[in-house]
Design a protein around this ligand. Structure first.
Ligand SMILES: *[C@@H]1O[C@H](CO)[C@@H](O)[C@H](O)[C@H]1NC(C)=O
Ligand SMILES: *[C@@H]1O[C@H](CO)[C@@H](O)[C@H](O)[C@H]1NC(C)=O
Ligand SMILES: *[C@@H]1O[C@H](CO)[C@@H](O)[C@H](O)[C@H]1NC(C)=O
Ligand SMILES: *[C@@H]1O[C@H](CO)[C@@H](O)[C@H](O)[C@H]1NC(C)=O
Ligand SMILES: *[C@@H]1O[C@H](CO)[C@@H](O)[C@H](O)[C@H]1NC(C)=O
Length: 401
């Protein structure tokens, strides 16, 4: 199966989609050392205005002791066609690794295997994950690096390694305010309490608490649209593990992180409190100069362990103007800028962030020292107010070359 004809692949995908869901291994190519497979999430049922934010456990994933090389996802319909963001807004997808007792299907006994940091608890534990920018954001990890998974010595006895996908898609067909629905504005979802029925914090105007699974965003008067089924299609590339591969660690700092540093009994005690989302108000119009209206958010945090930067990319929502990670001496580690769509087709939807630029420094050229304090800056336009914004940075560090 070295060189599959594209039409043949497409028909195979459709055939497999028709035969079985969830579907896996639509094709596997072994032309080079790099293997690739296309997988589909379980089906996601949508109706106009609905927010679907679900967790899918034990999803299809490369098996065995391997190094992941890339992970790309997008939303497709039942024919396998790409669905544009103005119909189904991809708020985010993320992929998390976990260990679970062998043969168990009880999700209460899972142990999430988090990335290397820096948020605490189970906040942002994912290995991969982005949102609307998924179609035009490079995720490839250059040789000889890779994300090591499935190493039997890391899996506790009696457990097995599995993968979970969280997919948050918002069907914005026929809604009254498309951007308001994508930003999860509480008034549009008619939500005033959290999932436990407790009142939302005062001043909470929008964000994930208002577009939880199955909430409904307000439709235009009289709008009737059909229900539809979509899937997250994800393409994974990997290589079988061998000793020539250098593992990279995944870090996902968050610009809303409230970092506290004190002297503990065993040296520095650093605590993180990642808020994940933030809001911005409309700028004060009297301050509108040539520089425009820009909201600048920052956080600084120490890296316990350093390494060589192999890859970096930011995650922002519409309104984003870019994000930069700085070293302690002020040097730029990586700047990642949004690419806005200008047209109609999936991958180029006008007004949406359809991609983020990435950094691939020459390995060895950008080093973060052990204990170095990094600063993350996230810029947004605040000529309009926004809710539920994100300012995450995703970077990969190799501890040796
Ligand atoms: C469409 O889906 C909604 C749930 O999201 C359901 O209540 C409704 O009955 C469905 N309509 C049809 C025509 O299947
Ligand atoms: C898991 O299930 C398989 C198939 O039913 C069985 O052969 C195996 O012994 C089980 N393993 C454990 C640890 O329960
Ligand atoms: C909004 O929610 C309130 C209370 O839950 C309910 O009484 C009201 O009918 C809802 N409004 C709409 C437009 O669904
Ligand atoms: C670290 O600091 C946090 C609060 O900032 C505190 O709750 C915790 O007990 C401290 N841990 C140690 C080991 O000092
Ligand atoms: C806007 O900024 C000016 C100058 O800093 C200040 O006097 C004014 O109160 C601000 N207006 C608002 C609405 O914040």
């Amino acid at each position: 199966m070295g060189c599959l004809d594209q039409n043949w692949v497409t028909s195979l995908v459709i055939l497999l989609l028709a035969l079985c869901t969830p579907c896996s291994d639509a094709y596997t190519k072994t032309a080079s050392k790099v293997k690739s497979a296309v997988f589909y999430s379980p089906k996601v049922e949508l109706s106009p205005g609905i927010s679907s934010n679900k967790f899918y456990y034990d999803v299809k994933f490369p098996e065995g002791h391997v190094a992941l090389k890339s992970f790309n996802g997008e939303v497709v319909d039942e024919e396998g066609n790409s669905v544009p963001l103005y119909e189904v807004y991809l708020h985010h997808w993320l992929v998390a690794r976990y260990h679970q007792p062998i043969n168990s299907t009880n999700t209460e006994d899972i142990v999430i295997v988090k990335n290397a940091g820096v948020c605490q608890g189970n906040t942002l534990p994912q290995y991969f994950g982005i949102g609307s920018e998924t179609r035009k954001t490079a995720t490839y990890i250059p040789d000889p690096f890779g994300v090591e998974i499935g190493n039997p010595v890391e899996i506790p006895a009696g457990y097995e390694e599995k993968w979970m996908i969280n997919l948050h898609a918002i069907d914005t067909r026929g809604v009254e305010d498309r951007w308001g629905c994508t930003e999860c504005r509480c008034d549009l979802y008619n939500v005033t309490t959290d999932v436990d029925g407790q009142s939302l914090p005062p001043g909470y105007k929008g964000g994930l608490q208002c577009c939880t699974d199955n909430t409904q965003c307000r439709l235009k008067e009289g709008y009737k649209g059909y229900n539809r089924t979509v899937y997250l299609k994800y393409t994974v590339e990997w290589v079988d593990w061998d000793y020539s591969i250098i593992p990279v660690k995944i870090y996902i700092p968050d610009v809303t992180d409230i970092v506290k540093i004190s002297n503990g009994p065993k040296g520095l005690n650093v605590t993180h409190n990642c808020q994940v989302e933030y809001d911005i108000d409309r700028c004060n119009t009297t301050e509108k100069h040539d520089s425009g209206c820009i909201d600048v958010r920052k956080t600084s945090f120490p890296m316990i362990k350093g390494g060589y930067v192999i890859y970096g990319v930011a995650h922002q929502h519409a309104g984003g103007l870019g994000s930069t990670l700085y070293g302690q001496d002020g040097r730029v580690i990586c700047t990642s800028l949004p690419k806005y769509g200008t047209g109609k087709q999936a991958g180029n939807e006008k007004g949406y962030i359809v991609g983020m630029t990435t950094c691939y420094p020459r390995p060895g050229s950008i080093k973060i020292m052990d204990g170095e304090t990094l600063t993350l800056v996230s810029d947004y336009s605040n000529s309009e107010p926004h809710t539920g914004l994100m300012g995450l940075f995703y970077f990969l560090l190799a501890e040796r070359l």
